[in-house]
Ligand binder design. Structure first.
Ligand SMILES: Nc1ncnc2c1ncn2[C@@H]1O[C@H](COP(=O)(O)OP(=O)(O)OP(=O)(O)O)[C@@H](O)[C@H]1O
Ligand SMILES: [Mg+2]
Length: 404
């Protein structure tokens, strides 16, 4: 029996660069802009993708390249929850401080932070940027200058700056933010000959549209990069690399199962890989391990995504009984025909079935299967139906127990 310490999988957090796979269509384009920025042409990229599809991971990957190959300072700023420009400016400068203070050239830029460096934590092991609201307003107004002055001081050491503003979702509907960003870019274009700063925003696809609605010329500023599912081959490569890192062998059938159920979704491949990693006890993943891993992952994913989104949100008892019916129906793998399911429903269930399907579509649980034609649907991934089946089994066994 081998003792396990660390799983190579990172469900829910950006993947370490050495296990990063795919995105071959997007990376060269983005890197080209990073290079252009390095030579003085300010560039802006907006990376869009659904929740959990891999935006932050791609940002981390590009940032690494910007640092190692382009000699930029690279900062990754998480904006989750930020809702004002001052907050954005604050988080950027805070991250910049944290990222640079270990460098031997930090002394050169330290005076620019003024008295606003605050030592926090025991023995001053960490620092934060601490500025008053009026100061932050000033900094926001003069932001092009702020960054430029920093870069001027260290132009011997670093050629420019890479800034990722990750998760701008809370700001996308904010007119002020859109206008501020637009002025920032305009001012750079009109006042600086060279401005080696690359900025990458990330958000959900609908947030890009929201931002453009606030300030139509924003559309011209950004190059859009969009990421979607990974291919099965990419998922397989990832599984290979991750298990290899942990010194674990994977039998081909087991690999097939794990890849299949990952459905090209990075978040699922990590959940499935992680669950399977912990289930295995002999250093070889066989079909049994993989199946158990898929079930364990379904449980996790269902609890994290379907429970709050569907089971708790759907109050209607009829909807719930339809969901359980779904679970009982053997015909359901990942896709189904409306009429096949309808045939198994009771009359009251039939009445609300149409609305039920619409609701599930709105919640992002199922989607129309256009290739198979009208009335054909599929689950957005392979693991949701497993959880739905598990839930219905649980319900059945509770009912049997209470009947006994
Ligand atoms: N290219 C990739 N290679 C390997 N694993 C990846 C890749 N992209 C994402 N992942 C993994 O998928 C999961 C989701 O990734 P990430 O957090 O980057 O997505 P996101 O789009 O930023 O999500 P959110 O919308 O929640 O911010 C994480 O577990 C991450 O480790
Ligand atoms: Mg993210």
């Amino acid at each position: 029996m081998n003792i396990k310490e660390n799983s190579p999988f990172t469900p829910g957090t950006p993947v370490p660069v050495e296990l990063f796979v795919g995105r071959d269509d997007q990376i060269p384009d983005i890197i080209r802009d990073v290079k252009q920025a390095s030579s003085g042409k300010q560039k802006n990229v907006f990376l869009v993708g659904d929740r959990g599809i891999g935006k932050s991971s791609l940002v981390a990957f590009i940032r690494r390249m910007a640092i190692t190959e382009n000699n930029l300072i690279g900062i990754h700023v998480f904006l989750g929850g930020a809702s004002s420009i001052e907050e954005v400016v604050h988080r950027i400068l805070d991250q910049l401080l944290k990222e640079t203070r270990e460098q031997n050239w930090f002394e050169k830029i330290k005076p620019l932070f003024g008295n606003n460096i605050k030592e926090i934590g025991l023995f001053g092991v960490s620092v934060s940027f601490d500025a008053s609201e009026p100061d932050l307003k000033d900094l926001a107004r003069n932001f092009p200058d702020v960054l430029y002055n920093i870069l001027q001081k260290i132009k011997e050491e670093r050629v420019g700056l890479f800034i990722a503003l990750d998760d701008i979702n809370g700001l996308a509907e904010n007119d002020e933010f859109a206008n501020w960003y637009k002025s920032f870019v305009d001012e750079i274009a009109s006042s600086y000959e060279k401005y080696p700063v690359f900025i990458m925003l990330t958000g959900l696809p609908e947030k890009r549209d929201a931002l453009i609605a606030c300030q139509p010329s924003i559309a011209r500023i950004f190059k859009i990069a969009e990421i979607n599912k990974l291919s099965d081959d990419e998922v397989k490569t990832f599984m290979h690399m991750a298990f290899e890192k942990a010194n674990i062998k994977v039998e081909p059938e087991a690999m097939y199962l794990m890849v299949q159920y990952s459905s090209g979704l990075p978040i699922l491949m990590h959940e499935i890989g992680d669950a399977t990693f912990w289930i295995d006890s002999d250093g070889i993943i066989d079909v049994g391990d993989a199946l158990n891993g898929v079930f364990a992952a379904a449980e996790q994913v269902g609890k994290k995504y379907l429970d709050p989104k569907v089971y708790r949100a759907v109050r209607s008892e009829r909807y719930r009984s339809i969901l359980r019916r779904f679970g009982e129906l053997q015909i359901i793998s990942s896709g189904f025909e409306k009429k096949d399911v309808e045939a198994k429903l009771t009359d009251p269930e039939k009445k609300v079935f149409h609305n039920f399907l619409r609701k599930m579509r709105d919640l992002g649980v199922i989607e129309s299967d256009v290739e198979k034609g009208k009335g054909a649907y599929r689950f957005v991934n392979e693991i949701y139906p497993i959880y739905i089946r598990m839930e219905s089994e649980r319900f059945k066994s509770v009912r049997i127990k209470t009947l006994l």
